[in-house]
Ligand binder design. Sequence first.
Ligand code: GDP
Ligand code: IMO
Ligand code: MG
Length: 430
Amino acid sequence: MSATSVIGLQWGDEAKGKIVDLLTDQHDIVVRYLGGNNAGHTVVCNGETYKLSLLPSGILHPDKVSVIATGVVINPKAFLSELDSIVDRIGDKKSELLISDRAHIIFPYHMLEEAALEKSRKNPIGTTMRGIGTCYRDKAGRTHAIRMGDILRPDYFRKRLEEVVPQKNVIIKALNPEAEELNVDEIFEEYSAYAERLKPFVIDTTAYLHKAVAAGKRLLFEGAQGSLLDVDHGTFPFVTSSNSSGCGIHNGSGVSERIISCMIGIVKAYTTRVGGGPFPTELDDEVGELIRKTGNEYGTVTGRPRRCGWFDAIATGYSARISGVDCITVALLDVLSEFEELKICEAYEIDGVKTTDFPSHVEDLRKVIPVYRSFPGWQSDITGITEYDDLPENARKYLDALEKIMGVPVEIVSVGPDRKQTIFKKNFIK
Ligand code: GDP
Ligand code: IMO
Ligand code: MG
């Protein structure tokens, strides 16, 4: 296959890191194309756990290339500290690393603005406070945006800071009168030092990827966040500020998604969400608590407890259509092993009307009464199973129902965090 993509179909944390790591062997280049250090992707290999935020999950493969493409927003301090900690652990066994000169840079004022804006909302978005949304806003607004290519040109960079920082001070002061003034010289000095270290990695990744595709290299696109957090198609305004569905691959990488022969959507066997916003199948009871405990559902980035609930096939079916996925990976199926009864949401009821459409307005989403179908649990340990047919019958029935309601076939099942705890269906071509 020429290119594969792994896209989260829920509100993030669907185990994208694990699946990307697993598929890296069959590819040459792993491309992160959106988000920033709001993402937290876990890879478990040889008993070691790696939490990756800005680095593509391909970084652990020495013979591959990891690309941080144009659509990513980069906090250089966070990036360099993540890189240093990986180098400390795996030394020169990391992949080659390239960063787009078009990627936008996160500055201290982005975090300050975000903190003030979140505080001012009656109903906060519950962001990761990493300056992601404010950096993307500046990118779209252009006037205050600074890119990777800019910070590598000292005179240009200084001039840009002289234009931007005084205006940012006015904005931040208006939002929070107690905020400290930011200083052009200090930011210039700090970021110029980062630029020196970043320089060897920075290239025009778009041109690089185009040449790689022409040379027959196989690309693996690593999604971040999830389709329901997509700024256009997600549960707006409780979303992230980029196209985190499959729609973001093309604009975030500069490579047409038409080269992708296998678009993999990934879901958890249940649902989680971090931060604010509607969540129709949320379980605010002991069942939700048991999922959180068994699945260790605490945010990889912020450590916040994740909200938990039953599998929502209406929301994920919608995401699968938005992202145009060919098949599904169901992860964390083992987390449901203890339950006597399981539920899948197969329709929504809003104001007494039943629908299988995903509502566009947050107010309607809040009104949703999920219509559930119940399933008997399997109540046995599945973490050592490696063949689909060896899964308990009730687990297969649960997966069958999930794929029927979503309308997309399940091809991969994950029954534990380790690489080995993965079941590929027979017809899946890796
Ligand atoms: P990502 O952001 O989509 O890469 O997902 P995260 O890393 O934030 O969250 C997924 C969590 O589930 C991580 O702690 C993984 O190690 C873990 N995990 C992945 N697959 C499985 C699985 O099949 N079963 C269990 N129990 N844990 C898993
Ligand atoms: P991965 O890649 C889960 C959520 C935040 C918040 C909203 C907006 O690990 O799946 P932001 O800081 O992006 O402006 O926050 O989006 N969010 C995530 N939730 N996994 C993620 O990434 C997320 N990235 C952002 O919790 O609700
Ligand atoms: Mg995560």
